[in-house]
Design a protein around this ligand. Sequence first.
Ligand SMILES: NC(=O)c1ccc[n+]([C@@H]2O[C@H](COP(=O)([O-])OP(=O)(O)OC[C@H]3O[C@@H](n4cnc5c(N)ncnc54)[C@H](OP(=O)(O)O)[C@@H]3O)[C@@H](O)[C@H]2O)c1
Length: 282
Amino acid sequence: MVGWSGVGRAVSRRPHHEMALITGASSGLGAAFARALPASTGLLLTARDAAALAEIAAGLAVGGRTVETLAADLTDAEARQQVIDRATALEIDLFINNAGAGAIGAVVDQPRQTQAATIDLNVVAMADLTRALLPGLLDRAEDTGQRAGLILVSSSTALAPLPYFAAYAASKAFSLFYGEALAAELRGRPIDVEVLCPGPTRTAFGERAGFAPGNLPGAANADQVAREALAALGRRVVVATGRLNGPMVETMMRPRLAFTMGLGRVMRPLAKRRTGRGDDEL
Ligand SMILES: NC(=O)c1ccc[n+]([C@@H]2O[C@H](COP(=O)([O-])OP(=O)(O)OC[C@H]3O[C@@H](n4cnc5c(N)ncnc54)[C@H](OP(=O)(O)O)[C@@H]3O)[C@@H](O)[C@H]2O)c1
């Protein structure tokens, strides 16, 4: 695993989280995140497949641990609001914004609905959930003195336009840019922001996206990716996993670091004038 600390902040120990919301928890990386968190962290697991969620929750709800499931299609604004309401009531202090999907094929050949579904989930739902839950994450961290956490699951496909996977790669570029900017805005606040850029990982994703059966060569293990992502929280902003993917992402992203930092300094006073909020709040 490599990553760059960029706009992040080094911490000496891994923060503890009381309650985590994981989207896309019915399979793959989301389920792996649920397995990787310590038993002292309660879980709110969401995805569309209620039966799969219940099976995963049953294996994790031991020793009085709070493990709740909530079936929701995150492309539906009402269902999304239910997730936001429950996560707020449970006072989550870790949000793993992981649900994602894509479909391989030429843009012109794809049904409009397929492209819309990719953007609705990977861009609209991802950003809306983040915006809705962020104030609560910050407030609770300020109240308790414990750092909150936010992991946005992007992809190494975010780094360059990808023909025949155009909407997916572009949607992941959105989460990468959004997460990096958010990390810069939230510098000095009690929250660790991470953008995870996995390389090919063995999950249901490939089959669902329409790749040939099986996984891409060199695909990583989802449990390993989840563990590395959690270990890097608070230490790195952009985290790339995978033997080939890690160095590739590092090489492509490094030149952007100074640029993002510099632009953050230019934009901060403009945003302050617009919102009237103090420097310490921006
Ligand atoms: N696997 C890879 O090679 C790879 C590489 C880079 C990045 N990623 C990213 O990693 C994340 C997790 O994917 P994965 O690899 O674990 O694939 P996965 O096994 O297909 O998991 C995707 C998860 O998203 C949920 N989901 C899909 N559509 C949804 C919707 N409309 N509303 C709510 N939940 C929905 C699925 O659950 P339901 O079907 O039950 O709703 C499932 O739990 C995604 O953001 C993906 O883009 C994966």
